[in-house]
Design a protein around this ligand. Structure first.
Ligand code: IDP
Ligand code: MG
Length: 152
């Protein structure tokens, strides 16, 4: 089933010049870009976005990191998009991520893992995170011209 998922190149990925490479992977996989916003996350949004981790020992460092520079926030759409993006990202820790995954190819350290994607095991996380970062009128509805060759 076609669905939308929230994806974000984190400040380390932006600073390291990985935006294009990461977008390219999702594009060539066949996912459709539905929205994009280059922005800096403020303290309040960081707390909302990572609210589930508020009690964790790494929370303050996580907020500092995610607000430290611009991010590329995006919505990607396609069949099983949330789970497929997570598979392409790899594990939370780049050190455990297989080569070929984004974190496995571009990271070494848990606290600098390059990319965020909505958790496919957290029901409704994708739509919740999309709503946190985008107004509905900032998302674009269109068809990729190759759609009939991407889907049976
Ligand atoms: P995820 O990004 O793979 O969904 P989560 O467990 O939801 O992983 O954690 C959110 C983010 O918090 C991670 O991407 C990472 O940046 C950071 N993080 C998670 N666990 C740790 C930790 O043990 N130390 C430092 N940072 C962590
Ligand atoms: Mg998560």
């Amino acid at each position: 089933m076609s669905e939308r998922t929230f994806v974000m190149v984190k400040p380390d990925g932006v600073q390291r010049g990985l935006i294009g490479e990461i977008i390219s992977r999702f594009e060539t996989r066949g996912l459709k870009l539905a929205g994009a916003k280059f922005m800096q996350i403020d303290e309040e949004l960081a707390h909302e976005h990572y609210g589930e981790h508020e009690d964790k020992p790494f929370f303050d460092d996580l907020v500092e990191f995610i607000t430290a520079g611009p991010v590329m926030a995006m919505v990607w759409e396609g069949q099983d998009a949330t789970r497929q993006v997570r598979r392409m990202m790899g594990e939370t820790d780049p050190a455990d991520s297989a080569p070929g995954t984004i974190r496995g190819d571009f990271g070494l350290d848990l606290g600098r893992n390059v990319i965020h994607g909505s958790d496919n095991e957290d029901e409704g996380a994708n739509e919740r995170e999309i709503a946190l970062f985008f107004d509905e009128d900032e998302l674009v509805d269109y068809e990729r011209i190759d759609a009939e060759w991407l889907y049976e």
